[in-house]
Design a protein around this ligand. Structure first.
Ligand code: SF4
Length: 427
């Protein structure tokens, strides 16, 4: 049985409640994103659909006629690194590919059905996709917001698509090291490339188009962290060095996040450090002091962030993000498209219990209808309170907030559209 936050807590979650949860950075305030003028009508339709569905004895009304607002798009499973800390190690370099025209058809149909943003990300290195440039160019022609997460080895290709990107788009490079020595040990690039060579591209990309932000992503690892029964190279001593490097090479920010591993019970992605563990205090204190030191490097044009899941880990509130309602409503608003199939959440890439269909799940009207049915079934069947009980779920607040609206649909009348400037549709 899922534990519902108390009334005061829900007030804090609600965009109409005025305040927000302290740890949620604006990019992770998904409830606020769902009340933007363009999205609010479909939020209302979804809430009313759920409210009606729950009061019906039998039969299921079709899900409202929308594609997700936002998807994670894995362009390929191919990767040119062999990172020791990769959560997707088991799904890399598969011999499964998109039929390119079907991929474009899927994206175009999703745009017609309300898709507003795409995060081009992993389960593989996106710049290795043969028609990377064309996909980015097309998505921008369709007025999508586009983000790219890359390992940096394909920065030449990022530079090629830079002219298409706009202020609200972003690029983030997963680098995780301050020195080349630790970078090589952690990432093991198959073709020689140094951390300096990667970073030297950033000023060049900015010279082509300075309008969008480029971030340096740093997953913090510590002694004793492990995944797939293998120990991970610790980089905790390079937090400051990496921030110095990021600033020197004109990144707009560096973001620190905790290392993730896979849960034994269902392969969910979970943080590999618990407040109950013996070494927690030592690791947490070291992270706090090093990130604080890095913060001294901040300027108007360079920021140092802790991601939401690092903040909640350090302030010992991660457990509140692990108490999910039974239904995960975010499955309707955000999904993952990969050559391996369509999935309900980035946490369940290539996991059969999160599967919504195959890679062409949105490639035709007929497939779209089937995927809608499957999405409705999974929203009904997938018990997030059980499956995601160890996941520090960043969508936890948005899910509880929607749950409260479904239980009290009259509250929808109080919801006013709230524009953001610029609009942010990344979920
Ligand atoms: S509850 Fe959170 S982790 Fe679980 S499927 Fe939903 S969004 Fe993903």
């Amino acid at each position: 049985m899922s534990t519902k936050p108390d009334e005061k807590e829900l007030q804090l979650l609600s965009p109409t409640g005025g305040k927000k949860h302290v740890e949620l950075s604006p990019i992770h305030d998904f409830a606020a994103k769902l009340v933007q003028p363009e999205i609010l009508p479909r939020l209302k339709e979804y809430v009313l659909w759920q409210a009606r569905r729950r009061s019906q004895q039998e039969g299921m009304e079709a899900l409202p006629d929308y594609a997700p607002v936002s998807i994670n798009l894995d362009l390929t499973t191919a990767c040119n690194y062999a990172c020791d800390h990769c959560v997707d190690m088991n799904i890399l370099n598969q011999k499964i590919h998109y039929h390119h025209e079907n991929l474009l058809r899927s994206l175009e149909l999703m745009v017609e059905k309300g898709l507003r943003s795409v995060i081009v990300i992993g389960g593989g290195e996106p710049t290795l996709y043969r028609k990377f440039q064309e996909v980015i160019q097309k998505m921008k022609e369709w007025r999508l917001q586009v983000a790219i997460v890359s390992n940096g080895a394909g920065n030449k290709r990022i530079a090629e698509v830079a002219p298409y990107l706009e202020e609200e788009d972003w690029v983030r490079l997963s680098l995780d090291a301050g020195s080349d020595e630790v970078f090589q040990a952690m990432h093991k690039p198959r073709k020689r490339i140094t951390l300096d060579e990667i970073c030297e591209w950033v000023p060049k990309i900015k010279a082509i188009n300075p309008r969008f932000k480029i971030g340096f992503s740093f997953i913090i690892t510590w002694k004793g962290a492990s995944i797939n029964d293998a120990h991970i190279i610790p980089n905790i001593d390079e937090i400051y060095l990496a921030a110095e490097r990021a600033k020197k090479y004109q990144f707009d920010y560096i973001a620190f996040k905790p290392f993730l591993t896979r849960a034994d019970y269902n392969n969910a992605e979970i943080v590999d450090l618990k407040a109950t563990q013996k070494h927690f205090e030592e690791v947490a204190q070291k992270i706090e002091s090093e990130v604080e030191r890095a913060k001294a490097l901040e300027t108007d044009t360079f920021k140092v962030y802790k991601t939401t899941n690092l903040k909640v880990l350090l302030n010992r509130s991660a457990h509140t993000y692990m108490q999910q309602p039974r239904s995960c409503h975010m499955q309707f608003f955000r999904q993952v498209l990969s050559p391996l199939g369509m999935y309900n959440c980035p946490v369940y890439r290539n996991q059969s219990h999160g599967c919504l269909g195959h890679k062409d799940a949105y490639a035709s009207e007929e497939n779209f209808e089937l995927t809608k049915k499957k999405t409705a079934q999974l929203i009904e069947k997938f018990d997030a309170s059980r499956e995601c009980r160890e996941v520090t779920c960043l969508y936890n607040h948005a899910n509880w907030w929607m749950e409260e609206l479904i239980r009290n649909p009259q509250k929808l009348e109080e919801l006013e559209p709230r524009p953001q400037n610029p609009a942010d549709y990344f979920l």
